[in-house]
Design a protein around this ligand. Sequence first.
Ligand code: GLA
Length: 378
Amino acid sequence: MKEKIQAEFNKHFGGEGTVYASAGRINLIGEHTDYNGGYVFPGAIDKVIMAEIRPNDTDKVRVYSIDIDDTAEFGLNEEDAPKQQWARYIFGICREILKRGGVVKGFDAVFAGNVPLGAGLSSSAALESCFAFALNDLFNGNNIDKFELARIGQSTEHNYCGVNCGIMDQFASVFGKKGNLMRLDCRSMEFEYFPFNPEGYKLVLLDSVVKHELVDSPYNKRRQSCERVAKRLGVETLRDATKEALDAAKSDISAEDYFRAKFVIEEKERVLDVCDALNRGDYETVGQLMYATHNGLSKDYEVSCEELDFLNDIAKECGVTGSRIMGGGFGGCTINLVADDKYDNFIAEAKKRFNEKYGHEPKVYDVVISDGAHKVSE
Ligand code: GLA
């Protein structure tokens, strides 16, 4: 990918710049908990957005996207975002750095990526983190700390892309470390690296190729449900709510809000239980908790879809240790923890049966836990 980007950079702008990359992410467990002040358990993967960037001594940004074959240009003093959605992410990153008193000067950039779009692997966070990291390195002497870089990406989603997301994706993309998952407490922002090398098991994603667009999806509505219940229970976020308090307030809240909050309260416990199980090397328990998450996301939080439930059923029938929908939902991937001796049969069955039912095979991505945002070459 790097060679292609360098060739295109030279073609469009002449010469060369500095190359940066940032990653998409998986999440082992802890879904829709980030904006509720709970725990998440993500890791960066070997699928990235890579960009070559060079200051151009103007106040203009010129960017070429290789994958979309499209160019965008905007001035750093302009308030109006570019019309192309992909360029709004880059515009948003620039604005959010400037808003915080950071420096962004004009630059030329070319970028490409191999994070599948709309698959729940956070291609947008990879794009945001790649540019946030790069602009910090090029113009700010790396003075903006990594948490702030993640928040700059998150604010870009909020203010320029209409997704009221939590911090998980940008955090994972910025902080990711090869071979490690991270348990993040989204209330205190304390986190711990967890070396993850499940002997005898593989992590594999099955992409239903059902598109998920969080912008138009009910993602923001889920968040509003949680906030309504937290307010009713008199807590800042559902992190501080208990099942007992929720049950006591049941008659005052809508059935829908009740089930949304119930899922979140149960899910925050599951993350801690998974950590304990991992510390014991007890992957069977990890797997059971993953199935419980799927069930909750499907029945209580209602962010699954027929295709993902079908993939989850196949996993169960093939004796897969753990399987669940991953990410925001409404399409995308399942994440599966599979014993080595069950792997081949599972993949073959999933491809065959999904194809019979939906007319195409799911895509298969073996998970390789990798580094987050970094400089690729000077
Ligand atoms: C999306 C959001 C994240 C998180 C997940 C669900 O990926 O961007 O902040 O809420 O959904 O866990």
